[in-house]
Write a protein that binds this ligand. Sequence first.
Ligand code: NAD
Length: 471
Amino acid sequence: METNTLDKNTPAVISSQQIKEIIEKQRAFFNTGGTKSIKFRKQKIKALKKEIKANEQAIFDALHKDFGKSNYESYITEIGLVYEEINTTLTHLSDWAEPRQVATPLTQFKGASYIHRVPYGVSLVIGPWNYPFHLAILPAIGAIIGGNTCIVKPSELTENTANILAKIITSVFDEKHVAVVQGGVETATALLAERFDHIFFTGSEYVGKIVARAAAENLTPTTLELGGKSPCIVDKDADLKVAAKRIVWGKFVNAGQTCVAPDYLLVHEQVKDKLVSQMKAVINTFYGEDPKTSGDYPRIISRKNFDRLSLFLDQGEKIIGGESNAAELYIAPTVLDNISWDDKVMQEEIFGPILPVLTFTDLEEMIHKINGRPRPLSLYYFSRNKKKQRRIVEAINFGGGCINDTLVHLGNPNLPFGGVGDSGMGAYHGKASFDTFTQQKSIMKKATWIDVPLRYPPYKGKLGMVKKIMK
Ligand code: NAD
């Protein structure tokens, strides 16, 4: 009978020695080939889905305790997405894992070429607090379906969700396959001091750089899912009624604490007043006269973030919302006008329910302005004009986004999700998760019944022939 390094009631603090022991166990298990059969991978994620289903209420309760999230929001943004990811994977995993045959050049006659997808080995997943269930478990699913072992370190700021996550993982997986290690910066630092075969990090740009530096020590392949300031552009020909609803939803879901939330609004001068008044009406319909009393409007995660966001409330002019309550960590859905590109609120990712509004008149100037700033994780463009839609997609560098909507691109498991430049590197979801957690191993299989002598010395008289083939 094997012993578990982690007790079922996982202690909050874990020693470096315990971390080393789990990694050793996982490496030994990986080396037995135990993670590799496709049947085993499928069985495990099926069991995971069953266990999540059995614990749905406990997940709702944990998310509510952590930051007042409603069950509905928790289902669509934390649990439902995980089910969809598992369903997609169960349908396609066998196909994704098949070696792919590719063409072989004539110079390699008689050969056949294949790409095999093989797991890296022991992987590490570090999660943030803002979607603490989904952003820890979705990458872990990628690691499992890729045939890796995995250590998951959820955020310490959402302790209740981390506890239920640990309970679910411990019931489905042996620690030699998947383990949850809880703790804060100290624990993350101890984990990063060890050698992993792949690291998947979701969080801030600042910590992303720490992770990348640590990974560089061991040349560990790393996926970084970071944040940034995602623009939301509304052009003069947009359907303003629909835009208002979709922007308000995308900005204020999770009280703006969403990596892909519209960070700021760039609206064509001609339609600004109309859009803002539509948004005001929509906020009222969604959350009522006093959003503080709405069961559908979450709270800010911590006092530290509340204080950081409060400084933004003094910027420009509050044209919607602006109320806050420190005792309840509440900030109303807020829209700020009279903001310039140089204001503090435009210098860092907001990550809260505050939306600054800027205007534009010339699309090309606006493209130039965005391209002069760090590359955003997402971008949203509202317009009916197909030519302009295409221009925006092609002219601006950003991770991904939507035309005439916000956020929903990340809900499609067939679309790789990730950033570029300052907003991250690599991608996941669906097949992209499988690709991220597997190495492409290239194999050329040669026949032995023929051995074309062209490549062997002496080379005299062979150059002319090679030039005819490799031209
Ligand atoms: P964070 O970077 O503070 O923390 C993320 C994780 O890193 C946590 O588990 C934390 O314990 C750990 N960590 C913190 N300091 C560390 C250190 N010095 N060394 C090693 N590990 C450390 O991020 P957060 O506040 O939890 O999340 C907010 C950020 O995450 C925002 O920038 C947001 O845009 C980004 N985010 C990105 C995505 C995405 O998918 N691209 C999703 C959610 C959040």
